[in-house]
Design a protein around this ligand. Sequence first.
Ligand SMILES: Nc1ncnc2c1ncn2[C@@H]1O[C@H](COP(=O)(O)OP(=O)(O)O)[C@@H](O)[C@H]1O
Ligand SMILES: [Mg+2]
Length: 257
Amino acid sequence: MSAVIDVADLKKSYNKNNTLVLKGLSFQVKKGQCFGLLGPNGAGKSTTLEILQGLKKPTSGKVSLFGMDWKDNEKQIRMKIGGLLQSNNLYGRTKVKEAVRLFASFYKDPMDVDELIERFGLTDKANAWLDSLSGGQKQRVFLAMTIVGKPELIFLDEPTTGLDPTSRQSFWEIIKSLKEEGMTVILTTHYMDEADYLCDELLIIEQGKIIESGTPDAIIHRTFTDPVIREPRKATLNDVFLKLTGHDILKQETSHA
Ligand SMILES: Nc1ncnc2c1ncn2[C@@H]1O[C@H](COP(=O)(O)OP(=O)(O)O)[C@@H](O)[C@H]1O
Ligand SMILES: [Mg+2]
């Protein structure tokens, strides 16, 4: 399988005294994978995603998408990707179908808007204002906007944060189906169960550093040697994070909020 994303020694600092929020990340994402960046608040997930999407510049390191770099190939890369930003509040006074149609108009060969709305269970909301929707419905609209241009690669930054369990589940099923259709999906999350369910491979990052990487199974096997814990799988990725860092990712999450 070929690498859709290739990142080497990626560093980022936001300020002049060079405090690095990304301290040298290296990873590859293969075509058709769901690849996850997992970590607590402030780990550097959004920064990484924004750099990959050409929205922020790295301080140093190599970032290539489809074998191209942002500097010389912005237009070509832009046509192949779609992105859902964290807490997207931009389009409140827009109607569902209008919003998806607007995004469709940016592309040469977009999906059929009505079909897409139907597929995401939004047909009876087609003429509703975005700000009248539930969190789960809103995320599905944003996802429709993200994929309507038939991107090969999509970026989802904490797509299910704040959603109720049923909405999360239905969002997961949509992501799975996109992956089955061959789309490469990069997502960030601080939910271990989400990473475990959706991701073929993941990076666990903390304070801008990779502390583990691989498939969820491989990570659990490396972290725990006791066969009673690892087979049948009694340990979760949350246990991995706790063991590697000494603190609970979810507790840390709430203490930041
Ligand atoms: N625009 C910015 N200016 C200065 N610091 C920032 C900016 N964006 C993020 N940071 C800092 O970079 C670090 C990583 O943030 P972020 O990438 O948003 O992490 P995550 O998405 O994992 O919560 C944090 O310490 C955050 O405060
Ligand atoms: Mg973030």
